[in-house]
Design a binder for this molecule. Structure first.
Ligand SMILES: [Zn+2]
Length: 478
């Protein structure tokens, strides 16, 4: 037992050192490992299985909304990247360049894609001719590279996995509709699958994606009161279409420029899951993205009939949940800690006594609560429990976020709140970037979004006191 205890206590409490807690969970739950490549991570099987579940669920939603998957090259010729001025300026500082092929210097440098707008645009200019070719609703699953200075597993890595949707439409209205539709797909996904509540809104001009006319975002709040941008959806208008000459003939046979969007979600989401649901015993996974939803731990498994019963229960649950029997020769105590650390939603214990009484013990990871149920009710009870954990995690996350959402009417309140009780700060803003910059300078908080759900907290800007235009969510962010 002493050893078991050591296993759990070897993660730092989040209240003591949140970044260290995060690193401990990432390592001890076996999500990633470090490699010799600076700023890159090895995603281990358990971490990758979570990503696969995220991917599967998002991909289904993309296809249901009419999108098709494609694959683009990973290299972008320098001349192509430079076609859209704002875009290249935005990404140039963090681009990795390929300058040689073998021993030979290339005549034109190739960048390793930091994002693929330019490649999609070039392709669209080749394949779009008529209004009959529209809309084009493409998505790509791939990795991208951004030369980041400081990195952290999942939250910011030089290479990360993501999906990027790129669409082309006949009209500005259709492009706007698509931009919002995909933002809603993202927010529903976070809510229903990740059990993470989000604030939906528009980014300020300063925080907009390079080359976009409008950027929309979903913002979530972590345990430590820091915000995490969890997904973005951009409306490009016809800016890229002009730069890349993407035109089609309309029904009147006139040439028109297309209107485009792009939207992306990344492996960052795994960081969000860790920091929204995790606790001092490790990871807590929402059942919908848990690679193992129920772990069966046989107690006194050397006794006759125990392991057979464990396998039998697994069979019975096969159509209801992702189930694993841990029949290794580790002690039950060690196994309890291990699956707690890994955030497995339900632990099922079964031993000789339980078999004798026709019962099993169910322990839930989110609350630690244990119940004894009759084996006759196994399927219904396990299903109910899984649904309840998923629901409870969302409610808990919402309550935690709401309790860390504050209002500031002036800069004194703003600074006091962000320093003493970090979280989302709702405050009025005049719309001037000078104030946005001043707030960042003074508090290290950035504008997270101008939420769709506006409130009138006061008439005046929190920073300059002039007439306010919007209520903004502010926060320190990952
Ligand atoms: Zn102002």
């Amino acid at each position: 037992m002493a050893k078991d205890k050591k296993f759990v206590s070897s993660i730092t409490d989040m209240e003591v050192d949140f970044p260290q807690w995060y690193t401990d969970v990432v390592k001890k739950a076996e999500l990633v490992d470090y490699s010799s490549v600076r700023g890159c991570m090895v995603i281990k099987p358990y971490g990758y299985a979570i990503w696969e579940l995220i991917q599967k669920e998002l991909d289904r939603r993309f296809k249901e909304t009419g999108h098709e998957n494609v694959y683009m090259p990973m290299f972008i010729p320098e001349s192509l990247l430079q076609k859209e001025k704002d875009h290249v300026e935005g990404f140039a500082p963090e681009v990795a360049w390929v300058t040689h092929g073998g021993e030979n210097k290339l005549t034109e440098r190739l960048c390793v894609r930091p994002t693929s707008e330019t490649l999609f645009c070039e392709h669209y200019s080749n394949i779009i001719q008529s209004h009959r070719d529209l809309p084009k609703l493409y998505n790509q699953w791939c990795s991208v590279v951004r030369w980041e200075k400081t990195t952290r597993p999942f939250l910011r890595t030089m290479e990360f996995l993501w999906q990027e949707g790129h669409t082309a439409h006949a009209t500005a209205e259709e492009a706007q509709e698509e931009t919002i539709k995909m933002l809603n797909v993202y927010s529903d996904f976070c809510n229903d699958i990740l059990a993470i509540p989000v604030v939906k809104g528009e980014k300020t001009a300063k925080e907009r994606f390079a080359g976009a006319k409008a950027t929309y975002t979903i913002e979530s709040l972590m345990h430590d009161g820091k915000a995490l941008q969890s997904g973005t959806s951009h409306n490009f208008g016809d800016g890229f279409a002009h730069a890349f000459d993407i035109q089609y003939t309309d029904k009147e046979n006139k040439l028109q420029y297309v209107h485009q969007t792009s939207w992306g979600m990344t492996t960052r989401l795994i960081g969000a899951i860790i920091m929204v649901h995790g606790d001092n015993s490790g990871l807590v996974l929402p059942p919908a993205v848990a690679p193992i939803q129920v772990v069966i731990v046989p107690v006194a498994q050397q006794k006759p009939g125990v392991l057979d019963k464990a396998y039998e229960l697994k069979e019975r649950l096969a159509n209801i949940a992702r189930v694993k029997v841990d029949d290794t020769d580790r002690s039950p105590g060690w196994k309890f800690s291990e699956y707690e650390m890994k955030g497995v939603p339900v632990r099922l214990e079964v031993g000789p006594k339980d078999i004798e009484n026709n019962q099993v013990v169910l322990a839930r990871r989110d609350t630690g609560e244990k119940t004894v149920i009759s084996m006759d009710e196994l399927e219904t009870k396990v299903k109910e429990l899984i649904d309840d954990i998923q629901k409870n995690l969302l409610e808990k996350a919402r309550a935690s976020r709401d309790s860390k959402t504050y209002v500031a009417k002036n800069m004194e309140e703003f600074e006091k709140t962000i320093n003493e009780t970090p979280g989302f700060i709702k405050a009025m803003w005049c719309g001037d970037q000078v104030c946005e910059d001043a707030i960042k300078e003074k508090t290290a908080a950035t504008s997270r979004c101008i939420p769709f759900e506006q409130e009138e907290l006061s008439d005046t800007c929190v920073c300059c006191g002039k007439k306010a235009k919007h209520m903004v969510y502010w926060g320190r962010a990952y």
